[in-house]
Design a protein around this ligand. Structure first.
Ligand code: NAD
Length: 343
């Protein structure tokens, strides 16, 4: 049983905790919070021991009816590996603690590649993560990009990728962020950080990315054009997507044209937290012309990286050396079937 600590029980941390708890070979040793809020009560309801970053706040937690199991350091000492899901840039400040304790650690996409020196995606470089001390699971957008780029690269060879990201302004629970009424170029200059981030996982891929932020909380939308080395077949591309364990095809028959309808569908089919773990690629948008393929894919920012954390744990602990088997174990434990198999 791999003992996992989750440092930072927020949007990503609470999902990773549930995904870890569902695995037969893993156990949640504890989760951490900075203050007694609604998520802390969710942790209590789920039965996860609650640890706190600042132990001087113990009384405040206890007054609110939340038992405190100890400090973040106590939690890390009891674990084999820690998933750091604290806010971007906070994670890096925890590195000295993990180093001092000699514990394995996984950071999220809000940290720089350099914090771990290795960036992970289970479909692309699982084997390279085996036995590693430190790993970074790339961001939601990068996860969505590398899954499909790597798949196309294996089949046809990628000459160049051009991707435009229309990004959600905030997560649904973030009440203080915007934009409220604007399209914000993020950044104005080209490329956005996503292209170089893809190269932390797939260094040989030539890619240009552009990004903008819009007033929605639902999902990101990518418009992607890939130029390939060999001629592409649309039929084959659809087949590759259909057979990838974490890529979904939004079939024309569903009549879905938006992230709003997609999230509604996820709720209706009973996905926990209406999460869409898979790249949601719109079947009708897949267009091929000789050495070019274009498509739209929607990426659920809160969900796609969660399963990648679970696979990273297995690879780093060295308990499963085969990527496909780990992905299958993770998916099956969650009862996850890709969206095209739900209808
Ligand atoms: P969040 O703000 O929702 O959650 C962070 C949690 O960490 C909160 O519960 C907060 O109380 C806690 N925290 C803050 N400081 C802490 C500290 N010093 N010690 C322990 N806990 C602390 O953030 P999030 O959206 O879950 O993001 C976490 C990481 O995941 C970031 O690197 C982010 O870039 C990355 N990520 C986020 C998303 C997304 O859409 N939310 C998607 C992919 C990756």
């Amino acid at each position: 049983m791999i003992k996992v600590a989750i440092n930072g029980y927020g949007t990503i941390g609470k999902r990773v905790a549930d995904a870890v708890a569902a695995q037969k070979d893993m156990r949640v040793i504890g989760v951490s919070k900075t203050r007694p809020n609604a998520e802390a009560f969710v942790a209590k309801q789920r039965g996860y021991p609650l640890f706190i970053a600042d132990i001087s706040k113990k009384t405040a937690f206890e007054k609110a009816g939340l038992a405190v199991a100890g400090s973040v350091e106590d939690m890390c000492r009891a674990a084999d590996i820690v998933v750091d899901a604290t806010p971007g840039d906070v994670g890096a400040t925890n590195k000295p603690l993990y180093e001092k304790l000699g514990i394995r650690a996984i950071w999220q996409g809000g940290e720089d590649h350099e914090v771990a020196g290795f960036s992970f995606n289970s479909s692309c470089n699982y084997k390279e993560a085996i036995g590693r001390k430190f790993t970074r699971v790339v961001s939601c957008n990068t996860t969505g990009l590398v899954r499909i780029i790597n798949t196309i690269d294996h089949e046809y060879g990628v000459e160049h990728v051009h991707a435009i990201m229309v990004r959600r302004g905030s997560d649904p629970g973030e009440i203080k962020k915007g934009p409220i009424d604007a399209v914000v170029l993020d950044p104005v200059s080209v490329p956005s950080h996503h292209g170089p981030d893809v190269q932390t996982v797939l260094p040989h891929i030539s890619i240009t990315t552009m990004a903008m932020i819009v007033p929605t909380t639902m999902m990101h939308m990518h418009a992607v054009k890939i130029t390939t080395k060999r001629e592409v077949s649309r039929e084959k591309v659809v087949d590759l997507i259909n057979h990838h364990p974490r890529m979904g095809l939004i079939k024309k028959s569903l009549g879905i044209k938006s992230t709003a309808e997609l999230k509604e569908f996820a709720m209706d089919i009973g996905r926990p937290r209406s999460d869409l773990i898979e790249n949601c690629i719109f079947e009708e948008s897949i267009y091929t012309n000789r050495n070019e393929i274009s498509f739209f894919q929607a990426i659920h920012q809160e969900a796609d990286v969660v399963v990648e954390n679970v696979d990273a744990i297995r690879a780093m602990m060295g308990t499963e050396k085969d990527a496909d088997r780990s992905v299958r174990m993770t998916n099956e434990a969650l009862g996850f079937v890709t969206i095209q198999n739900n209808h």
